[in-house]
Design a protein around this ligand. Structure first.
Ligand SMILES: NC(=O)c1ccc[n+]([C@@H]2O[C@H](COP(=O)([O-])OP(=O)(O)OC[C@H]3O[C@@H](n4cnc5c(N)ncnc54)[C@H](OP(=O)(O)O)[C@@H]3O)[C@@H](O)[C@H]2O)c1
Length: 333
């Protein structure tokens, strides 16, 4: 039996999460069994825990990210330390995911358990410069940031880039990747302490989006942006249209604050700007992200490391968004 964090429906028609003992899965023909060393949380796990995600199934183990050791399956992989591509069935078209696409950890069992069985073609060797706790922080968030920065934003050296909500796990990787490409990176946040931390790790400018005049400050200090990478959505989209350069790109991979009430269509067409949607990344991008991280020796920002018995507390703590980087559960030393 193994410890596992599951979501289940309540008698009141809501959803909640619990740690239970589950059977260790038996890998089928094209699968490998991975002993999880560390697993990271994503906002997706929080959305699922409160019932705000499509396709939630009672009894399913949460979690999309893990680093572990292969203990059963293909001989070529047994004994290797791996991280796992959370994409399932992206499909043939690199531009967008297929109708069959899912992400590890809903509707299929995910990584917040002591063991996990996954298709062998989802495994990649862990980059050698990372510990297992550090490696667990990468897959979903770094893949999302990779597509947003490289494929959609096409960020290049010298570009002025704004990454919003720098406390977020994806935002942290977006900043690290854009800096690595030689961009001038500004960040925004709800908290001055997060802005200070970001500046200490390389951000060129920081703006508190809770301050009324942050757009004026951003234009005055950083100038207009070639690329804005955002997951807040909502009415902030119209603010971004005021600080995007003519012909610039606004890449949106989330909508934490919901839908915008209106769109400033005039600024959009007059600025010749593009608003680009981005979700996760295809398998080729996962491979390129893995190579890039290994080559450039990129490290994650860890918010907090939890013990397996603290999994419920860790997911619930995401409600406040007071994180700075990734929350990781460490199963093994
Ligand atoms: N499409 C995809 O493939 C994909 C993949 C991953 C995540 N997402 C979505 O992207 C969002 C972030 O995910 P995550 O896992 O990185 O989250 P996370 O680590 O939980 O971080 C959430 C961060 O969002 C920021 N935030 C909250 N309200 C904001 C606002 N009004 N404006 C700007 N930033 C705001 C906060 O940063 P500050 O306190 O610094 O402001 C907070 O630290 C979520 O909505 C998630 O569902 C989408």
């Amino acid at each position: 039996m193994m410890k596992s964090l599951i979501v289940s429906s309540t008698d009141q028609g809501t959803w909640d999460i619990h740690i239970i003992k589950k059977e260790i899965p038996k890998p089928s023909k094209n699968e490998c069994l991975v002993r999880v060393k560390a697993a990271a949380l994503n906002r997706r796990d929080y959305w699922i825990s409160v019932g705000k995600y499509p396709g939630i199934k009672s009894g399913v183990t949460l979690g999309s990210d893990a680093c572990g050791v292969v203990v059963e399956g293909d001989d070529k992989w047994v004994g290797k330390e791996v991280w796992i591509n959370p994409n399932q069935n992206w499909g043939e078209n690199p531009e967008f995911q297929s109708g069959q696409y899912t992400i590890l950890g809903t509707p299929k069992d995910g990584t917040l358990a002591e063991y996990l069985s996954v298709p062998t073609d989802r495994l990649k060797e862990k980059p050698a410069h990372l510990t297992s706790v550090e490696a667990a922080a990468f897959p979903l968030a770094a893949l999302t940031a990779y597509r947003a920065v490289f494929t959609k934003g096409q960020v290049k050296s010298g570009d002025k880039v704004l990454v919003t909500g720098i406390g977020g796990g994806v935002a942290q990787f977006a900043m690290a990747f854009a800096k690595n490409l030689g961009a001038r990176v500004s960040v925004s946040s709800s908290s001055d302490w997060k802005l200070e931390k970001a500046k200490n790790s390389g951000a060129d400018f920081g703006f508190n989006y809770k301050h009324e005049n942050w757009l004026v400050k951003a234009s005055a200090e950083a100038g207009k942006f070639d690329v804005i990478i955002d997951s807040a959505g909502g009415n902030a989209l119209n603010s971004y249209l005021k600080i995007i350069k003519s012909g610039g790109k606004i890449v949106m991979y989330g909508s934490t604050t919901g839908k915008p009430e209106h769109l400033d269509a005039f600024r959009l067409f007059w600025s010749q700007a593009s608003i680009l949607g981005s979700t996760m990344g295809n398998d080729d991008e996962f491979q390129r992200m893995t190579e890039f991280v290994a080559r450039q020796q990129i490290k994650p920002t860890l918010d907090k490391v939890y013990k397996p018995d603290q999994m419920v507390e860790a997911v619930k703590s995401m409600k406040s968004s007071d994180n700075y980087g990734k929350k990781v559960i460490q199963f093994l030393d």
